[in-house]
Design a protein around this ligand. Structure first.
Ligand SMILES: Nc1ncnc2c1ncn2[C@@H]1O[C@H](COP(=O)(O)OP(=O)(O)OP(=O)(O)O)[C@@H](O)[C@H]1O
Ligand SMILES: [Mg+2]
Length: 305
């Protein structure tokens, strides 16, 4: 554990002189699930294509499994499975027949692999059904199976839950979690929004207009999205002292002239109110808030207007 599967350094790609992605630095360690989150046209697919070697870079560097020479990248890319480009599926064939073709292309010797992979993604019982009769969710699973057939160590999945119903999303999420936990697979997964899929990520990168605007780990996010009590009074200092005395070790921030934020202890909002009032502090407002990752998007969309 702890080895870098992917590191990009100032990765940029321009189309007709315009940056699709600009100076992106991302580091992903083995076993991590990195959620790349951004709106339409933010640069998610371009970044993934650049990492997978499907497009040439304009500038910057990709390092895979600790190496960045051309030869090492070729080998590294053999250890990647991806669903960025829609794989060539044969609509008149079954899922198993399609996977058999992919197995042979991928030079995977073990014949059992196709059926095992289908079972893994929940397509084990599709039997004679042709791919042209598959639902969108089944097609998404087939794309995932194709990405998995060569038993890759690093999976790059571009919006793998696009078009799935909530149950389908949960199933793909569980599958990703299981593969990461049980087999140590590493994931780079893109998503439009903080949908059900994003919940599986251990790390998040938020991309906007080709730039990585925020990176945050699941733990940091949990920390940042703690609930807090915002209190507006006529005497912040006195209020802070009273609360500290009562609650002991507590994080309190003075966020504005007459405004305090108390982290945690949100169940004690009523008690804090009484405490302040009985000690002569005028409480104008006291309420519970929570910072959410969605809020970063609100900022992004507002800055776009
Ligand atoms: N082949 C191309 N030629 C010209 N411009 C391109 C090309 N591919 C992408 N772009 C541009 O690069 C930018 C980023 O596109 P990209 O497809 O990476 O975004 P995305 O985040 O994957 O969006 P979506 O959520 O719609 O899939 C967009 O402005 C897009 O128009
Ligand atoms: Mg895309």
């Amino acid at each position: 554990m702890g080895e870098y599967v992917l590191r990009t350094k100032e990765l940029s790609k321009k189309y007709e002189g315009v940056y699709a992605i600009e100076n992106i630095n991302v580091e992903i360690k083995q076993g991590q699930i990195y959620g790349l989150i951004g709106l339409n046209g933010a640069g998610k697919s371009t970044f993934m294509r650049a990492v997978a070697g499907l497009i040439a870079l304009s500038s910057g560097e990709v390092e895979l499994f600790g190496k960045s020479t051309a030869k090492a990248l070729r080998h590294g890319r053999e250890r990647i499975g991806q669903s960025i480009e829609t794989p060539a599926v044969y609509p008149a064939m079954t899922a198993e027949q399609n996977l058999e073709i992919q197995r042979k292309i991928g030079k995977v010797a073990d014949k059992k692999t196709s059926q095992e992979t289908l079972e893994l993604v929940g397509l084990g019982d599709t039997e004679k059904k042709k791919v042209k009769d598959f639902s969108l969710g089944m097609r998404q699973r087939l794309a995932l199976a194709i990405a998995l057939i060569t038993k890759p160590e690093f999976l790059i999945l571009d919006e793998p839950v696009n078009g799935l119903d909530p149950l389908g999303i949960i199933e793909i999420r569980e599958l990703i979690r299981r593969l990461a936990q049980e087999q140590g697979l590493t994931f780079l997964v893109s998503s439009h929004l903080l949908d059900e899929l994003a919940q599986v990520a251990t790390h998040y990168g938020i991309i906007d207009k080709g730039r990585l605007v925020k990176q945050i780990s699941q733990e940091e996010l949990a920390y940042e999205s703690r609930q807090y009590i915002k209190i507006t009074t006529d005497d912040s200092r006195k209020a802070a002292l009273l609360i500290k005395e009562k609650l002991g070790e507590t994080e309190i921030k003075e966020t504005a002239k007459n405004e305090l934020c108390v982290y945690g202890h949100t169940e004690k909002t009523g008690k804090i109110n009484t405490l302040l009032v009985t000690n002569g502090v005028t409480v104008e407002n006291i309420s519970v808030f929570q910072q959410r990752l969605e809020d970063y998007f609100v900022n992004l969309t507002e800055s776009r207007k």
